[in-house]
Design a protein around this ligand. Structure first.
Ligand code: BGC
Length: 451
């Protein structure tokens, strides 16, 4: 019998989460507030008035959650560090108790045979740094390097995988252009400055790693492949702008040391002239790149849709998730092969992939049936395997997410977890997708492709 979906030995099967989305206790043990703490407590910003005060209570239940990972057979766990737990003012004084939480989490993972993969910045900037201008301040690169060096010195003896930033595009677009995420600005002129400073910070963090670390560091991008709605010159140009804005704006300065020319067209007079020297900082050698994939966009020209003059075209007769995203697994293969074409052979990890779907009520003692999420997982794992067959150096896959959690300003109603969380009781219940994933991991992928 042929085994068409067997993954390479040593493939890192994982699941991912982020600090503000799961930890709760955001101000415990001397932590400073983050911009998400402030945003979530600003009336009107969050669906249903939700916030991260308790979330999945992971800060107190992390040992139990590591047992859930173990039950899945996870080889690795990707989490993020809340900067303001470690440095309550963002720079300067270290809060030993905050650092200790991550140290205990790492030890617990290692004791259970799970490789820790730490992300330094998953959107929760210390509020004290926002007060100093946040990512608009060019000093943010130095603040970040200071924080990164502290984390490397404390944990690099036990953490073999590090990422500087998670999805800088979301910070720029949601946080500074459209205001739908913290810190809630709506300013076209700020967006390219923030993007640039984020990539300078990432570069400075990687430089700090070369001085303090001895394993592997990379950066995590969300790549959404863009496909033209038609062959017209206008739609093709709109597609290139959308791709430059969401994808190349971050990966190009990091990996090529430049920006794609379309960005000048996107930003118009808001596009600044950046010092040429900055690109020496943004372009640091990385050990790997993490790519998060959720969906694609089919793009059409629209002169009124500023700043991009491009809009996504809804694809009828296809499955869409609860966040409105089309299920399109071929996009994951295209993303991986396209990334390799543009940037060469860099070790890649899928650092997030998953879907929010409506889940039925839990039944005591029974697996929660989530056929749409299970199907999504299966299709995307098969698509990842096709990319490996096409020659992509894909080293691992992290499902988003281990647990249902706070989907940022959309609140707790959008459930992405392999485990269902009852937020009133903190009861965790495995879903059928978790069971599939466990079987995939155990069989190195061989159960994929089975009827
Ligand atoms: C982020 C996660 C988020 C997920 C689903 C990514 O954009 O890294 O924090 O929950 O996608 O929207």
């Amino acid at each position: 019998m042929t085994r068409p979906y067997r993954f390479p030995d040593g493939f890192l099967w994982g699941a991912a989460t982020s600090a503000y989305q799961i930890e709760g206790s955001p101000l415990a043990d001397g932590a400073g507030p983050s911009i998400w703490q402030r945003y979530a407590h600003t009336p009107g910003m969050m669906a249903n008035g939700d916030h991260g005060d308790v979330a999945c209570d992971h800060y107190r239940r992390y040992k139990d959650d590591v047992q859930l990972m173990r039950a899945l057979g996870l080889k690795s766990y990707r989490f993020s560090v809340n900067w303001a737990r470690v440095l309550p003012e963002g720079t300067g004084r270290v809060n030993a108790k905050g650092l200790d939480f991550y140290s205990r989490l790492v030890d617990e993972l290692l004791e259970n045979g799970i490789v820790p993969n730490a992300t330094l910045f998953h959107w929760d900037l210390p509020a004290a740094l926002d007060d100093r201008g946040g990512w608009l301040n060019r000093d943010s690169a130095h603040w970040f390097a200071e924080y990164a060096a502290i984390m490397f010195s404390a944990l690099d003896d036990r953490v073999p995988y590090w990422s500087t930033l998670n999805e800088p595009w979301v910070v720029v677009d949601g946080g500074y252009l459209r205001g739908a995420l913290a810190p809630g600005h709506r300013n076209l002129y700020e967006a390219p400055i923030v993007a640039h400073n984020l990539m300078r910070a990432s570069g400075a963090g990687i430089q700090a790693y070369r001085a303090h670390g001895r394993h592997a560091i990379g950066v995590v991008f969300n790549i959404e492949p863009k496909y033209p709605a038609s062959g017209s010159a206008e739609d093709l140009a709109a597609t290139r702008r959308a791709d430059a804005y969401m994808n190349l704006q971050f990966a190009d300065p990091a990996l090529l040391g430049s920006y794609p020319p379309e960005l000048r067209d996107v930003y118009g007079e808001a596009w600044p002239d950046f010092p040429a020297d900055d690109f020496r900082l943004t372009r640091q050698p990385v050990d790997f790149v993490g790519l998060n994939y959720y969906t694609r966009a089919v793009v059409r020209h629209d002169a009124d849709a500023l700043p991009l003059r491009a809009v996504p075209v809804h694809q009828p007769h296809r499955t869409h998730t609860e966040t409105g995203w089309e299920v399109y697994e071929q996009g994951l293969t295209d993303m991986l092969t396209g990334f390799r074409r543009r940037y060469g052979d860099i070790p890649l990890y899928i650092t997030e992939n998953g879907a929010a779907f409506y889940d039925p009520p839990t039944v005591e003692g029974a697996l929660l049936q989530d056929p749409l999420r299970t199907d999504y997982l299966r299709r995307h794992l098969e698509a990842a395997h096709r990319a490996i067959e096409a020659g992509v150096d894909l080293r691992g896959y992290y499902a988003w997410s281990l647990l249902d959690n706070l989907e940022w300003s959309l609140g707790y109603a959008k459930r992405f977890g392999l485990y269902h969380v009852d937020f009133a009781t903190q009861q965790r219940t495995p879903k059928a997708s978790a069971q599939l994933y466990q079987r995939v991991i155990e069989s190195h992928g061989e159960v994929l492709g089975e009827p």
